[in-house]
Design a protein around this ligand. Structure first.
Ligand code: NDP
Ligand code: 8X3
Length: 253
């Protein structure tokens, strides 16, 4: 039987690339997200291209009830999850604290922090029953260093960092690995979402850079997941070569 990976936020960017990477390595894949059409397309693509099985679950990680309902009632065949990739998340706005929108803040905290907790709590019993598992959380350089106008997005990713550390300590006795991956600029739909459909501003975020691709991050995630049972990468910060931390860039402008 193939190993099983669950990827949240698989309809786009890093999550989609992770689903493809693990499918290409013969994992059966559980894909989640809110856009059902994209999930259906990806399911067909993965099944056709890699001959693996795919379970597609459409729900909003902010909603505790639907998240629980989707994940705690997984068909028996899908319960033996080897790897959980907590990737679903977003930034909304890049505004100074006094101008930022409270709804944006709530959506970021509900998705990036609460959503990650709901999903993890729902999946953990399956890993505890197997006495093994690997939880890979998508942090960010924004969870290592606060930057101007990053305020609550940074807070949400600092929370992912702290939760990852706490999980790792508490789950040590249960033989569950916890890895936090912290990318710098990755060209995905992230900036388009952050700037609410303003494509020009979104594109400007990567101007003068050869940014990371979603595939670069998926490769790193897969590397962490494919190490021997006794090896656990705790924390990984990955930037493109033209970036150091959240402030320093060597752009070709
Ligand atoms: P994308 O916008 O391309 O993808 C985000 C994914 O998250 C989508 O599949 C989206 O699916 C899903 N998602 C967002 N909110 C929810 C929700 N409430 N419920 C369910 N799914 C949700 O961005 P990225 O691939 O870049 O982002 C993935 C992760 O990587 C995020 O956690 C982000 O913070 C992090 N990250 C990104 C970086 C970057 O520069 N791109 C750098 C560092 C970290 P749908 O809309 O269908 O629900
Ligand atoms: C995304 C990277 O620097 O835009 O987490 O916050 S950054």
């Amino acid at each position: 039987m193939n190993k099983i990976v669950l990827v949240t936020g698989a309809t786009s960017g890093i999550g989609r690339a992770c689903a493809i990477k693990f499918a290409s390595a013969k994992y059966d894949v559980i894909i989640t997200g809110r856009r059902n059409e994209r999930l259906a397309e990806l399911k067909t693509q993965l099944e056709n291209d890699y001959g693996i099985e795919v379970l597609s679950l459409c729900f909003d990680v902010q909603d505790k009830k639907t998240t629980n309902a989707a994940l705690t009632n997984l068909p028996q065949r899908w319960q033996k999850i080897d790897v959980l990739i907590n990737n679903a998340g977003l930034a909304l706005g890049r505004d100074s604290f006094e101008n930022a929108d409270m709804n944006d803040w709530e959506t970021m905290l509900n998705s990036n922090v609460h959503g990650l907790l709901y999903v993890s709590k729902a999946i953990l019993p399956f890993m505890l029953a197997q006495k093994k598992g690997h939880i890979i959380n998508m942090g960010s350089v924004a969870g290592k260093e606060v930057y101007e106008n990053g305020n609550v997005y940074c807070a949400s990713k600092f929370a992912v960092d702290a939760i990852s550390r706490g999980m790792r300590i508490d789950l040590l006795k249960n033989n569950i690995k916890v890895t936090c991956i912290n990318p710098g600029a990755v060209e995905t739909e992230f900036s388009e979402v952050r700037f609410k459909g303003d494509k020009e501003t979104a594109k400007a975020a990567y101007k003068g850079l050869t940014p990371l691709t979603a595939g670069d991050i998926a490769d790193a995630v897969y590397y962490c997941a494919s190490l021997p049972p006794h090896v656990c990468i705790n924390d990984l910060v990955i930037t493109c070569t033209q970036q150091a931390g959240t402030y320093y860039f060597n752009k070709n402008l």
